[in-house]
Design a binder for this molecule. Structure first.
Ligand SMILES: Nc1ncnc2c1ncn2[C@@H]1O[C@H](COP(=O)(O)OP(=O)(O)OP(=O)(O)O)[C@@H](O)[C@H]1O
Length: 396
C-alpha cells in the first residue's frame, strides 16, 4: 500500500458498495503510485499501472475506469480542470493534487459530487506538461441567468502563445465564458485569474492588469452609423491622443493585415458578412504603436466564421492565424498578440485556426485535447459532436 497517498485507502469510496477495495504500491524511483488494483463486486479483479509522481504532491492527474469487462486509462494529464468523466458507470480511481480517491458512479454522480473538489488545487501548482505562463485561468466558475444554470464549475487555463478553441453544443455557455474571461460579465461564483492575479470585478473596475484583452463579437458588432475607418480606429480616437493622420495610418495597416484595402469610407451596411468580420478583426488588433508592446495580449473571437461560406471561412481562419504569428503583431512588427481563443462550431475552424480544444458541455469543460485528438478521441460526448450524431450523451 502506498504510503504517500493514505487518503486513497483510508477514505471510504464514494457511493461505495461494501465489496470494493483499492490497493496500490509505490514506484521505486518516484515514490508515486506505480500500480493500483481494484477489487470490485463479483469475481473480476482489475489491475492497471499508474504513473505517480508522488512525494506528497501529485500534480499529475490519472483517472482510471474499471468496468466489468476491462480497465481503461481515461486520462493522464496535468490540468486542474475536471477530466473526462462522462464515460461509463463504473469505478474510477482518480489521483490529483492530493485529492486522490476511489469514486463510483455514472457521469452525473461523479460530476456533481466530485468535480468541484477536483478543481481546488492551487493556481501556483507547477504544470509539468506546459510551463508557459498562464494568461487567464477560470476556476470553478458558475453563472446563471435567472433560473438557467449555464456555467456549472467551468475550469480551464489559457496560456501565453496558445491558440485555443472552445467548442461544444449550442447554448452550453461558450460565449458566456468568453464574456467572463473578457471581464464583461462577472461569475456568480468561482474565480478568474489574470496573469495569476484574481480578478475582483469587471474589466472596467480593473487597474492595468498587464494583459490586453480583445473580444471580437459574433455579430462583428460594428457601429452602423460609423465608417469602417471610424469603427476600426474607434478606441484610438476615443482613448488616445494620437493625431488623426496617425490613426488613419494605423487603420490602413490593420485593414491591410486582414486583406482589406480602400474600404475606409464605407459604412458597415455596404460590406458583406465576411468583410464585416474582417473589419471587426482589424478593430481587435489595432493599437497605439507607442504603447509598450511587452504587454501580453489575448484576443477572443466569438464564432468568427459563423454564416460565412466555406471559402470565406478559410480566409478568416487563415487571417486569425496570420495576425497572431508568434512574435509579430498584425502589422508585422515585433511583439504582441500571440494568444487567442476562438469559440466555434465549424470543423474547418477547429482544424485550421486552433491547436488546442476545450469542450464545454453542461457548463463544464468535459474534455480537453489537441486539435488532432478531436477526430480520434473515444470520449462519447466529443465523438457525438464531431459526427453530428443524434445518439449520445448530448441531448437536444
Ligand atoms: N444576458 C443574458 N441573459 C439571459 N440569458 C442569457 C444571457 N446570456 C446568455 N444567456 C443564455 O445562456 C445560455 C448560454 O448562452 P451562450 O451564448 O453562452 O451559449 P453558447 O454556447 O455560446 O451558444 P451558441 O453556440 O448557440 O452560440 C443561452 O441559453 C442563452 O440564452
Amino acid at each position: 500500500m502506498a504510503k504517500i497517498l493514505p487518503s486513497v485507502f483510508s477514505q471510504p469510496a464514494r457511493n461505495s458498495a461494501p465489496s470494493v477495495s483499492c490497493t496500490a504500491s509505490s514506484h521505486p524511483l518516484s515514490g508515486g503510485v506505480s500500480h493500483v488494483s481494484l477489487n470490485s463486486n463479483g469475481p473480476q479483479r482489475v489491475e492497471w499501472p499508474a504513473i505517480g509522481n508522488g512525494q506528497g504532491r501529485v500534480s499529475t492527474t490519472h483517472v482510471f475506469c474499471a468496468s466489468s469487462a476491462s480497465t481503461t486509462r481515461l486520462s493522464s494529464r496535468h490540468e486542474d480542470s475536471p477530466l473526462i468523466l462522462n464515460v461509463c458507470p463504473a469505478w474510477f480511481y482518480a489521483e490529483r493534487s492530493g485529492l486522490s480517491g476511489l469514486y463510483h458512479g455514472n457521469a452525473k454522480q461523479i460530476e456533481e459530487t466530485d468535480v468541484r473538489e477536483f478543481s481546488q488545487s492551487r493556481i501556483t501548482e507547477e504544470d509539468e506538461e506546459d510551463d508557459r505562463e498562464v494568461l487567464i485561468e477560470c476556476r470553478d466558475v458558475y453563472k446563471s441567468f435567472g433560473s438557467k444554470h449555464i456555467l456549472r464549475g467551468a475550469s480551464f487555463k489559457i496560456r501565453d502563445g496558445e491558440a485555443v478553441g472552445i467548442i461544444g453544443p449550442s447554448g452550453t455557455g461558450k460565449s458566456t465564458v468568453l464574456r467572463i474571461m473578457a471581464g464583461l460579465l462577472a461569475p456568480d461564483s468561482g474565480e478568474v485569474y489574470v496573469l495569476g492575479k484574481k480578478r475582483k470585478g469587471l474589466i472596467s473596475d480593473e487597474t492595468l492588469s498587464g494583459l490586453r484583452i480583445g473580444l471580437v463579437f459574433q455579430s462583428a458588432a460594428l457601429f452602423d452609423s460609423l465608417t469602417v475607418q471610424e469603427n476600426v480606429g474607434f478606441m484610438l480616437y476615443e482613448h488616445s491622443d494620437l493625431p488623426r493622420e496617425k490613426i488613419a495610418e494605423l487603420v490602413r495597416d490593420s485593414l491591410a493585415a486582414v486583406g482589406l484595402k480602400g474600404v475606409e469610407d464605407r459604412l458597415p451596411s455596404e460590406l458583406s458578412g465576411g468583410m464585416k468580420k474582417r473589419v471587426a478583426l482589424a478593430r481587435a488588433i489595432i493599437s497605439d504603436d507607442r504603447v509598450d508592446h511587452s504587454e501580453r495580449e489575448l484576443v477572443m473571437y466569438d464564432e468568427p466564421t459563423a454564416g460565412l461560406d466555406p471559402i470565406a471561412s478559410t480566409v478568416v481562419e487563415d487571417l486569425i492565424r496570420s495576425v497572431h504569428i508568434n512574435g509579430q503583431d498584425a502589422r508585422g512588427k515585433p511583439g504582441k498578440i500571440a494568444s487567442y481563443v476562438v469559440v466555434t462550431h465549424q470543423h474547418s475552424t477547429i482544424r485550421r485556426a486552433v491547436d488546442r480544444l476545450l469542450f464545454l458541455h453542461e457548463g463544464r469543460v468535459v474534455w480537453e485535447g489537441k486539435t488532432a485528438e478531436f477526430e480520434t478521441t473515444s470520449n462519447p460526448t466529443v465523438r457525438q459532436f464531431a459526427n453530428g450524431s443524434l445518439r449520445g450523451p448530448i441531448v437536444y
